[in-house]
Design a protein around this ligand. Sequence first.
Ligand SMILES: [Zn+2]
Length: 393
Amino acid sequence: MSVARVACRAQVGLTAPLVEVEVHLGSGLPVFTIVGLAATEVKESKERVRAALANTGFEWPSGRITVNLAPADLPKDGGRFDLAIAIGILVASDQVGRGAEASLKRLEFLGELGLGGELRSVRGALLAARAAAAAGRALVLPAANAREMRLLPQLAAFAAGHLLEVCSHLAGKCELPAARSAAGTAGWSDAQAAVQAAAPQAARPPSLADVCGQSQAKRALLVAAAGGHSLLMIGPPGCGKSMLAQRLPSLLPPLTDAEAIDVAAVASVAGAAGLAGAWPVPRPFRAPHHTASAGAIIGGGAQAQPGEITLAHLGVLFLDEFPEFDRRVLEALREPLESGLVSISRAGLQAEYPARFQLVAAMNPCPCGHLGDRARSCRCRPNTRHASSSSPR
Ligand SMILES: [Zn+2]
């Protein structure tokens, strides 16, 4: 067989479209080419795959190797196609064994290869596994991503730590462990309760019980939590605005199962693997610095990555030193606050992300921070006071 087809998944926004990795071995001068709108990182996968095959005892096929990532118009980035390319080359050159071609029809592969053949984690594994299951196939993913699968233990997914393990699974010699059992040390197979007991507990958010006094601010927080309102806190530095804001997530109800999957999917796509594996999934609390750019807050970059408002989806976005944020950043918050969605367009790529967050902002009443303070008097000039308290910048 000189053409092998291996299924893989790209990642666009919160979707994981199918990418078919076609590997053709032809005669001619020894050249290795990857075609199909591949980004630089994907082209670099040539070197990783070549080294991984050499270091695991496989033979590099002589002649011309062409790898096509179809559909060709879908932008592709990252090292997520490494494993599928390596498997494609091995199957096309008949190095895996009989039965591998039949197994390929039931499986999808996702993972970045190390030079020694070990599998490294990739972003968006949870969405890829869900999309693969919807297509009736099981996903083979790096063991480092297996923790994300605990939210959807019913999905068929296999966890592998090394290229050789994947090859022996394909050859039918040794079955890979299911991702849900690789995720925890024990107790993943049966009840959800056992799952929870085995998983490391997420750190509890700080609670309002730790706060002495501040009865007015506490009341405002309770009202904001009950009604889902946005909140602006104005007070001198050190009076506890950030401390109170951090306690808002503890007042909100726990995430439902569907919400937890949404939050984990966003964390998985953003590469926040620690958050994606936390159990129970905590409500997000994001506090970006006031120097953050519009792209960092709203989302952007060449691959239309999610921004802070999406990472705060179903949680709290806390903007400390509110007037110090760039005016364009604050204006850009209007639409997501109303619609709960943000769509980001980049060259050849549109992504839509959820952004239903609760906005909590804090600011000083004036640049020195002591306007209206009985203990210390304000030393600001009246015009700077006005600039700080009414319009940003
Ligand atoms: Zn002042």
